[in-house]
Design a protein around this ligand. Structure first.
Ligand code: GLU
Length: 488
């Protein structure tokens, strides 16, 4: 049984890179009919952010990355919060100490710092010099009450080879691994120690994680070996970089899943976009649900080079989803945005009709809500250029008045696209003008804008009464010599 995990530290929100890592780990497990586990790595209490665990889990769930076992649902291989496994970590540390595979190190931070600086001055990399490695068991320091850490005895020569499922064999010289710390002075395990015990205890078969952890893997392999645990398989997935190939950060725009949601990116689009950050389907298709990706996902199609984040592509993808998802789904998703704008969509045009009318032109749910605003809120300002262009003709007030009268006289049950188009045609020829000379001022009067959805579709959704009212209002403004049309 394949078992993978995502192991976030609860020190913030779920970001693009983390979400992508979680997704790949999830897809891999599901592709092989396995299980996906969430483990919260909360050992470093100094980095904990209140509410972060819940926020991370909420974001995963919103993307459809669902865990079989985790801190909230439990499971047979818990606990699923690292801090709750402390006694087991300490027990294994004691075992290594007793077997002589780990040792107590009493060097103070000041001493270690001095060595580091001295080496740095000589152009040498930082290294623990093994000062306490060979203290004899009856050395009086042991009973002195001096604080100590536990270090793993790393072989002084040889290499550790990581057999990575994506990158192949990566060789590390044991000399550079140092006798690294496995338990800190306060008795808590370090990441490289705890992660091994957790992954082993949770029967994780494939450790799939971000490339930045590749250099930790040889250390963890030495811990596996010291504890006599069998190794899982490892796969390190490439980084997600910003367009300028620097580390992706806030200054490149939104990076947290919650922020994307607030911007109006649909979870379906975001998760689809994340799939393509470093992976591609065998047939090159770009649009996929999570379920479809489960069937297609294998690690051999994960690219070796860094993936580059592209906000424009994400928005483009979101636009496609806005166009193609069932209206009912888009309606539910856009509702909170519409409500945020203070729109009472329960009255007037139907929200579904608004979505259908505007979604072709929207990139985000925010755009969509904004684009629909005019359906429930009559314009208070009009496009400045448009006013100059479409409201300046001396006949425009009379034309719009005639249009209002004509439209007001249409039978209510004929208030639909084709009848409206025909009414505009007839009126234009009666007035001996081009249809466009009615359409442009009419659009501006109804929406305040010069661009937008097709006019007859728009008028059909806006409704007869509201259309006529808005036209009449504009006519009144145009006829009032002392009144200047408010513009933006
Ligand atoms: N807690 C680690 C992190 O957030 C997890 C690393 C791992 O997957 O082993 O980076």
């Amino acid at each position: 049984m394949v078992r993978t995990r995502y192991a976030p530290s609860p020190s913030g929100t779920l970001h693009v890179g983390g979400a992508r890592t979680a997704l790949f780990s999830y897809l891999f497990a599901k592709h092989y009919g396995g299980q996906f586990v969430v483990r919260v790595e909360d050992t470093d209490q100094t980095r904990l952010v209140a509410g972060s665990e819940e926020a991370l889990m909420r974001s995963l769930a919103a993307l459809g990355i669902l865990w079989d076992e985790g801190p909230d649902v439990g499971g047979p291989f818990g606990p699923y919060r690292q801090s709750e496994r402390l006694s087991q970590h300490q027990q294994y540390a004691a075992q290594l100490l007793q077997q002589g595979k780990a040792y107590r190190c009493y060097c103070t931070p000041e001493e270690l710092d001095a060595t580091r600086k001295a080496r740095q001055a000589e152009g040498l990399p930082p290294r623990y010099m093994g000062t306490c490695r060979n203290l004899s068991s009856d050395d009086p320091i042991h009973g002195s009450g001096k604080p100590y850490v536990l270090r793993l005895k790393v072989p002084l020569s040889g290499v550790t080879v990581v057999d990575d499922l994506i990158r192949g064999q990566v060789t590390f010289d044991n000399k550079i691994l140092d006798d690294f710390v496995i338990v800190k002075t306060n008795g808590t395990p370090t990441y490289n120690f705890a992660v091994v015990i957790d992954d082993w205890a949770m029967r994780i078969t494939h450790v799939i994680r971000a490339e930045e952890h590749l250099s930790n893997t040889p250390k963890q392999m030495l811990v596996y070996e010291a504890l006599g645990f069998s190794l899982p398989k490892f796969a390190h997935i490439p980084m997600v970089l910003a367009p300028d190939h620097t580390k992706l950060s806030k200054r490149h725009g939104a990076t947290a899943v919650e922020e994307y949601q607030a911007q109006g990116i649909l979870p379906q689009a975001l998760v689809n976009y994340l799939m393509l950050l470093g992976w591609s389907a065998p047939d090159g298709r770009e649009f996929m649900t999570v379920k479809e990706a489960e069937n297609l996902f294998t690690l051999d199609r994960v690219q070796h080079t860094a993936a580059v984040y592209d906000q424009k592509k994400l928005e483009w993808m979101n636009a496609q989803y806005l166009k193609q998802l069932p209206i009912s789904v888009v309606k539910e998703a856009v509702k909170p945005f519409v409500e945020q704008m203070g729109i009472n969509w329960g009255q007037g045009p139907r929200l579904e009709s608004g979505v259908e009318l505007v979604r072709e032109r929207a990139h985000t749910l925010k755009d969509l809500a904004e684009g629909m605003r005019f359906l429930w809120q009559s314009p208070t300002q009009y496009d400045d250029k448009g006013v100059g262009k479409h409201f300046s003709h001396p006949e425009v007030a009379r034309r719009l008045q005639t249009l209002a009268t004509t439209l007001g006289e249409l039978p209510a049950d004929k208030w639909e696209h084709d009848t409206l188009a025909a009414a505009f045609d007839t009126l234009a020829s009666q007035l001996e003008i081009k249809r466009a000379e009615l359409i442009h001022p009419c659009r501006l009067a109804l929406t305040g804008q010069t661009v937008g959805p097709g006019l007859f579709e728009l008028v059909a959704v806006l409704g007869q009464q509201e259309t006529v009212t808005r036209l009449v209002n504009v006519v009144a403004m145009l006829q009032d010599e002392g009144h200047k049309i408010p513009t933006f």
